[in-house]
Ligand binder design. Structure first.
Ligand code: SAH
Length: 295
């Protein structure tokens, strides 16, 4: 379809004529670089069997490319009234597109039920409103429907933490959370000049491909409790962090220390050196020893 990407000089006039203003409250930084939109769509590897959900359609810069892609259906979310009207008008001749006028965080589960066949997994994308990047990822990764792939524009600094591996400075709870559910990869670094208005941070597109790890945690809640405990104090040794963890209050410290020994993790190890796989093995050991001790 014809879609015009306006230059920084033109976009102000265009928005004014349409009665659109930039609403900071909704994290609005619109993409004005068509190449970035093409990169996102290409990396989603869409097929006619896919239903792709887009978070925050805004001016429709990414939406138009999704509608033109091989995807079978495009379901967009937009919270801002003015942009809802703009999008409905812009894409009225494309039955492949449905707009959900509302908050993605509230509407996602229902939208999935409405638009997917049983067992079908959503593909999710968006130039995210940065103020809710983490809640969006939590919603997508832990949703009852699961997901197959995703590609999100986010702050570069957040993207770096998402992909960081054990032993690196930026490795933390967010890395573990994302890498537990997916294989994340930065597919493009994006400068502020690709947006209007320009954000005051660099951005990155991160692609997530769903995965299920083997072995899996026997007790997912405990796995995340152990993961969070690793970073209570980065300079402290693991045994200290476990001893003071508010997330592991119900598990006796002797059990945790015994599990570490059996998993051959030195007591003075630093939490940031444990890989996702090691945390799963350790949490499974803690879980087993704890169950045994309760019997
Ligand atoms: N992808 C668009 C807009 C990106 S800016 C483009 O590049 O042109 C982020 C968009 O998300 C804005 O349109 C904003 O209004 C919308 N948004 C913010 N919070 C939202 C929420 N909770 N649910 C749905 N959309 C939201």
């Amino acid at each position: 379809m014809e879609f015009k990407y306006y230059s920084v000089k033109e976009i102000n006039n265009f928005m004014e004529a349409k009665g659109l203003a930039v609403n900071k409250k909704f994290g609005q930084n619109f993409l004005i670089n068509s190449g970035v939109c093409d990169t996102i769509v290409k990396n989603l590897e869409l097929t006619p069997d896919d239903v792709v959900f887009e978070i925050g359609c805004g001016l429709g810069s990414l939406t138009n490319r999704l509608i033109d892609s091989p995807a079978g259906k495009v379901v967009g979310f937009e919270i801002d009234n003015a942009y809802q009207k703009h999008l409905t008008g812009l894409f009225k001749d494309y039955p492949k597109f449905t707009l959900i006028a509302g908050d993605f965080l509230k509407e996602f589960e229902n939208a999935v039920k409405t638009h997917l066949l049983p067992g079908q997994k959503p593909v999710i994308t968006g130039n995210l409103p940065y103020y809710i990047t983490t809640p969006i990822m939590e919603k997508v990764f832990t949703g009852t429907c699961g997901f197959s792939r995703a590609a999100f524009m986010m702050q570069k600094e957040v993207g770096d933490r998402v992909i960081s591996k054990a032993g690196k400075k930026k490795y933390g709870s967010l890395s573990i959370f994302c890498q537990y559910y997916s294989e994340p990869k930065i597919i493009a670094n994006i400068s502020p000049a690709s947006f209007y208005p320009q954000p005051n941070v660099n951005s990155a597109v991160v692609r997530f491909v769903h995965r299920t790890l083997e072995p899996a945690p026997d007790n997912e809640k405990l796995f995340f409790a152990v993961a969070r405990s690793l970073f209570i104090n980065r300079r402290k040794q693991l045994k200290n962090n476990f001893a003071h963890s508010p997330f592991l209050k119900t598990i006796p410290l002797e059990i945790i220390l015994k599990a570490m020994e059996q998993c051959k993790i030195p007591l003075e190890e630093r939490g940031e050196n444990l890989s996702v796989e090691q945390i799963i093995i350790l949490s499974n050991k803690i879980n087993n020893l704890n169950l045994e001790s309760n019997n």
